[in-house]
Each structure stands twice: as structure tokens, then as C-alpha cells.
Ligand binder design. Structure first.
Ligand SMILES: Cc1cc2nc3c(=O)[nH]c(=O)nc-3n(C[C@H](O)[C@H](O)[C@H](O)COP(=O)(O)O)c2cc1C
Length: 323
């Protein structure tokens, strides 16, 4: 359907990077629903350079989650290039690099990394040109509309990135100042893909199949990123993928099936992170698998507030006759 460099992608679903969520276990779990491309959570260039143990776990991939990109962030392009070499040497089993130019978190932007790089496009041109020419892998970038509503510059940014040699661009249709609040603004990017020479993947508030159709219809993007809308609702990916392959709108996932998915993800996460850390993460994520179904609120609260082990979760589901 579209290409990132020479990599052919056959689904309109791009699994968005999410720090603390899109680990290898999550990417493997979500792949089966029709993900075309996955990407790691953002990885610090300095974390790789200093051989930080936790950072090194973020770049692990598997044949199941491919094609997969490694997303890097950092303010100094020379450090990014060093980090790219480290990735290529320690884990050559990945498909492209993605550069984070959209992170709004102060800890990141105050160093000049993430979306702070959108503030000075002549600097960004040099930064991205060096990065693109330092690897034989395709390089992509993820941006926002601009820093704030007075400095919307995504069209200029896209030109700079295309000239620097990026092979696809992810656009989160919010400004940095908006962080993750306010409504995603697709109208501002109407017909955007028609003006571009590389694939466009759009991101922001894709919670339903109709949200995805709307985002693609307005922007003519090659794909949509599934971020918060996919957490606990992997069936959304199947609905979008099937719609674009068959033209059919299928129903969402029944509760009993979604609970089966939760248990599958639970086991993958425990295998990856150990039970203690996996359950800590699942206190936030497991309730989302029960969202959108009737009368689940008390059970969701119980899960998020009380589980310490896999057995605790199983006991709650059993007591509620959900398994
Ligand atoms: C918890 C969380 C972590 C995120 N981490 C990253 C990240 O590491 N890299 C990145 O480019 N975007 C990151 N994002 C942004 C998402 O990829 C996506 O663009 C954004 O959430 C908008 O999509 P949504 O409104 O459908 O959630 C993150 C978003 C969330 C909610």
C-alpha cells in the first residue's frame, strides 16, 4: 500500500510509539490484529551511549514485530549518530530509524530535544541531514503542528524533512503546548499528503474506525497511528485494517474475547518484565480492556487499586464470572 524506503507496508495501521507502553511485548501482542508498522518507544541517545541497562532493553526487537523502527531522541545530532551506530551494532534486526521531533515533555524539550527542534528549522535542516546521511537504513521523523497556535509550521517543517532525506513523516495534529489535551485538528492538514513527496502517517484521537476513516479522508494520509485508542482495544486495529482491505465495517470485540486478549498480553508482559513490574504496568492498562462495556466500573477500580500479582487479577476476573 505504501513504502518506507524499500519496505513495503500492507496495512494502514501504524502502531504509535508510547513511552512506558510500546515495549516488545506490546508490539508482539498488537501485531496479530493487523499492524503494518511498529516503532519502539522513544529511546535516549545518551542512554545508549552510556550503555544504560534499561535503555538497552528498549531497542530489542523480534521477527514478529517487524517491520519495526527504533525511535531516538536527543538534542545533539552527533550523539544521535553515535547512538545509531550502537543500535546497528547491537541489534541489526530492525528496519528504520524514527527521530522524535514531537515530544512535549519539559524534561526533554528543555534540553533542546523532541519538539523543541521544531522551533528553529534552519538548525533542524542540518540536524536531520547529518542523521539521514549517516545510515543506510531509512530515517523517518515524528512531528507536531508546531510549538503553539502562534507558530504553526508543520508545512515548512515537512519540506525541510523531505529535503534532508526522510522517508516518511508522522504528524501528531496537535501543537506542543497542547500536550495531549484538546481535540486533534485534522482540518488544518486537509489534503496535506497531496503536497508531500513521502508517506504521511497522521496521529491524534483515533479511538474508533470512523475516527480513522475521517483522518485519512481529510488528510489523504497513507496510514493512521494508533496510540491511546488501541490500549485495551486491540480490535480497533482489526476494524481499521479490515475496512481498508475489504471495505467492510465490522463490529467491536465482545467482552469475553477482550478478556482473552488481556490474559494473552498479561503473559507476554510478565515474560518480558517479570511479574512485579508487569503487574505495576497492568494496574493502569488492564482496566482499559474492560472499558466500553456495561457495568465494569467497580471491577476496573478494583483491578487498578488492588492487584499485586497475576493471581490477584485472575481471582477478580473469576469472582466476577468473567473467566
Ligand atoms: C503515554 C504516552 C506516551 C507517548 N510516548 C511517545 C513516544 O515515546 N514517542 C512519540 O513520538 N510519541 C509518543 N506519544 C505520542 C503518541 O505516539 C501519539 O502521537 C499521541 O498520543 C496522539 O495520539 P492519540 O491522541 O490517538 O493518543 C506518547 C503518547 C502517550 C499517551
Amino acid at each position: 500500500m505504501y513504502k518506507i524506503g524499500d519496505i513495503e507496508i500492507d496495512s494502514k495501521v501504524y502502531l504509535a510509539p508510547m513511552a512506558g507502553v510500546t515495549s516488545l511485548a506490546y508490539r508482539k501482542f498488537m501485531k496479530q490484529f493487523g499492524v503494518g508498522v511498529s516503532v519502539t518507544e522513544m529511546v535516549s541517545d545518551c542512554g545508549l551511549i552510556y550503555d544504560n541497562k534499561l535503555t538497552m532493553t528498549y531497542i530489542k526487537t523480534d521477527k514478529v514485530d517487524r517491520p519495526v523502527g527504533i525511535q531516538l531522541f536527543g538534542f545533539d545530532e552527533n550523539n544521535i549518530v553515535k547512538a545509531m551506530k550502537i543500535v546497528e551494532e547491537t541489534n541489526p534486526d530492525f528496519d528504520f530509524f524514527d527521530i522524535n521531533l514531537g515530544c512535549p515533555v519539559h524534561k526533554v524539550t528543555s534540553t533542546g530535544a523532541g519538539s523543541a527542534l521544531l522551533k528553529d528549522l534552519s538548525h533542524l535542516r542540518d540536524y536531520m541531514a547529518l542523521i539521514c546521511k549517516s545510515t543506510t537504513k531509512p530515517v523517518t521523523a515524528k512531528i507536531r503542528l508546531g510549538w503553539d497556535s502562534d507558530s504553526i509550521n508543520f508545512k515548512e517543517t515537512i519540506k525541510v524533512l523531505e529535503e534532508a532525506g526522510v522517508k516518511a513523516i508522522g504528524l501528531h495534529v496537535r501543537t506542543t503546548k497542547q500536550m495531549y489535551s484538546g481535540k486533534a485538528n485534522y482540518e488544518i492538514a486537509r489534503n496535506l499528503r497531496d503536497e508531500m513527496s513521502v508517506p504521511l502517517i497522521v496521529s491524534g484521537d483515533i479511538f474508533t474506525l470512523d475516527d480513522a476513516i475521517n483522518a485519512i479522508d481529510i488528510t489523504h494520509a497513507d496510514a493512521v497511528m494508533i496510540a491511546r485508542g488501541g490500549v485495551g482495544n486491540p480490535g480497533l486495529i482489526r476494524q481499521i485494517d479490515e475496512y481498508y482491505k475489504t471495505g467492510k465495517k465490522t463490529l467491536g470485540t465482545p467482552l469475553n474475547e477482550n478478556i482473552k486478549y488481556l490474559l494473552e498480553y498479561l503473559d507476554l508482559l510478565i515474560e518480558e518484565k517479570g511479574e512485579y513490574t508487569a503487574i505495576k504496568i497492568l494496574r493502569g492498562i488492564a482496566p482499559k480492556f474492560l472499558s466500553g462495556y456495561e457495568n465494569m466500573k467497580p471491577i476496573k477500580n478494583k483491578i487498578s487499586q488492588t492487584i499485586n500479582t497475576k493471581q490477584d487479577l485472575l481471582n477478580i476476573l473469576k469472582d466476577e464470572h468473567l473467566i
